[in-house]
Design a binder for this molecule. Structure first.
Ligand code: ATR
Length: 281
């Protein structure tokens, strides 16, 4: 596709940004769908965040993804924030409509779509355990709560943080927080267990957030981490016969939703997944 005055401009802002797989995934998506668009990585330090957001308006970028550490801070500079992003307290996708910037969070809904499509499990009526209560847990827990599970438990090393997140989500469903010692009381009741902590992420690939074997055999064990594609938590679970679900799909679908918000076209998820897998190899 020729780059000209009609080319739609997109990007991702973060600090650091070199590791981001979004450019390769999104550019491949535009190519596959035949959109004259270009997606770039922008290294934006915190002190330049406001200038960068003004630049979205000034230069007429159609859409921008936001990654660490700007997901919370960027909210102050937008014109409108979607309800889910408000509750979650983080924006990862900005849509620019003629200078009016709206912030969304597609991480949580991306995770839910990935879990459903890749495992076939229904979330409605299920009992779900989240390990961890940080930024990643917030989006996922909110999106899960909207799917009417029977119960969500959040277990975190710092119990207070789990309690706070549970409290914030209580308007949306039955959510309880606890410290890791609380696992003993609920571990035999869970249908889906999700690692939302950073434990097991590259380069600390020998760590795991818990022993997967403490959960019932029929449970689905899931991880938000996609580097490595299978964490130790998932490898051990798989060896022990559990159904497993890795984090790559969450990354692909958060991007797919952003793509759809920006272009109004269905995202080519298979092409996107292939592009990220290739980049991770
Ligand atoms: P993110 O945005 O990736 O979720 P975060 O907000 O820093 O990052 O949250 C990291 C999560 O991983 C938290 O739940 C953290 O537990 P604490 O709230 O107790 O800090 C969890 N975590 C990180 N390292 C951990 C470890 N070694 N053991 C257990 N939990 C850990």
């Amino acid at each position: 596709m020729k780059i000209d005055h009609r080319t739609l401009r997109f990007g991702v802002i973060g600090d650091p940004i070199a590791q981001s797989k979004s450019p390769v995934m999104m550019n491949r998506a535009f190519e596959a769908v035949g959109i004259n668009g270009i997606y770039m990585a922008f290294h934006v330090r915190p002190e330049m965040l406001k200038a960068a957001v003004d630049g979205i308006r000034g230069l007429g970028l159609r859409g921008v993804n936001v990654t660490i550490p700007h997901k919370l801070a960027v909210m102050a500079y937008l014109d409108e924030i979607d309800e889910a992003a408000q509750v979650i307290g983080a924006v990862n996708t900005i849509v620019n409509d003629d200078g009016k910037l709206t912030g969304y969070n597609t991480d949580g809904i991306g995770y839910v779509r990935s879990l459903k499509e890749e495992t076939g499990v229904q979330i409605r009526g299920k009992r779900i355990l989240l390990l961890g209560a940080g930024g990643a847990a917030r989006g996922v827990a909110y999106a899960l709560a909207k799917e009417q599970p029977e119960q969500i438990w959040i277990a975190n090393r710092t119990a207070e943080r789990a309690a706070q997140l549970a409290q914030a989500l209580r308007p949306y469903g039955s959510v309880d927080g606890m410290g890791l010692e609380g696992l003993d009381d609920i571990k035999h009741k869970v249908d889906i267990v999700i690692n939302t902590t950073s434990v097991g992420m590259h380069p600390q690939i020998d760590e795991r957030p818990a022993d997967p074997r403490m959960f019932p055999q029929g449970a689905v064990l899931s991880d938000l981490i996609y580097n490595p594609l299978k964490t130790r938590w998932l490898l051990e679970a798989e060896e022990s016969g559990y159904r497993i679900h890795g984090g790559l799909g969450m990354f692909v679908y958060q991007g797919a939703y952003a793509f759809e918000y920006w272009t109004g076209k269905q995202a080519p998820v298979d092409v996107m997944r292939e592009a990220v897998e290739q980049a991770l190899r």
